[in-house]
Design a protein around this ligand. Sequence first.
Ligand code: BTN
Length: 321
Amino acid sequence: MRSVLEMLSGGGYVSGELMSRELGVSRAAVWKKITVLRAQGWQIESGGKRGYRLVCEDRLEPELWTGSLTTRAIGRGEVRYQEAVGSTNAEVKQMALAGAPGGSLCLCETQTAGRGRLGRRWESPAGVGLWQSVLLRPALPPQNAPLVTLCAALAMARAVEETCLLDVRIKWPNDLIFQGKKLCGILLEVGGDLDAIEYIVVGVGLNVRSGAYPPELEGKAGAIGEFTTPPHRRDILVHYLAALEDMVGRLEQQGFHGIEAEYRARSCTLGSRVQVSGSVSLTGTAEALDETGALLVRTDDGELHRVLSGDVSVRGVMGYV
Ligand code: BTN
């Protein structure tokens, strides 16, 4: 059953008569609902005979964007939207354990305990970013789970290109970079065992307007709004969900080869000099990815190293000069 908010989500005028007909309620009931929405803070203009128009703010309520979805499954399961949550990854993990279907998701305006990679915190101030996590139950062997992180990076890169016209690059494994600034981070959490993946939580944080960054990211983190006028976050979301479904489908059907060419094309790591720190420390040239998504780095002594995780700095990008 559609709602008044959903009918107004296109941003144009919709007459009270049309809403009452479509929703199967009286004109008085429509008017009452408009009054309630206004009291909740929604700005709704009355245009006489033309009806009502929602002054479309950058809000993320599902009623405003689920009607624009082009996906088969993602965004069509359980959709949880809250003003504030601890971490959308933690919420989606709970949803997964409670049996929610693949394609469910959680998004919010602010996270009070946003999680980053390598045990770090992820600052998620209210209203300035897209903080969301998607639940996947993919038909993939467990060793391919890390490749889903590359799918998410590709999907968000595509969404940002389509909606913001910014040609963002991917720094391995999954940071989105534009003009030397990190705009987006991705955190994957996998449930299951050595034989089968039970679920994957794909958490993505995209800085849309400038917010507060942790001190170690000062000068390194950035937001879309520093480079262009950002679109509504829900537009980026809808494009991202469609691209994610496409990428994960390709991975399920063709394995790594289904995403390899696009990853190479959007990568700022492959072919560059890199410094790796973490469980191993080395400097060399990033030559390729293997079938599991690991980075193959050739050091100057000619040896090829397989890097599975860690921090990678790319010469010329974010501080490595
Ligand atoms: C990184 O450190 O680069 C990864 C950051 C991932 C942040 C996102 S925001 C939505 C989701 N919920 C979390 O708690 N973390 C991820």
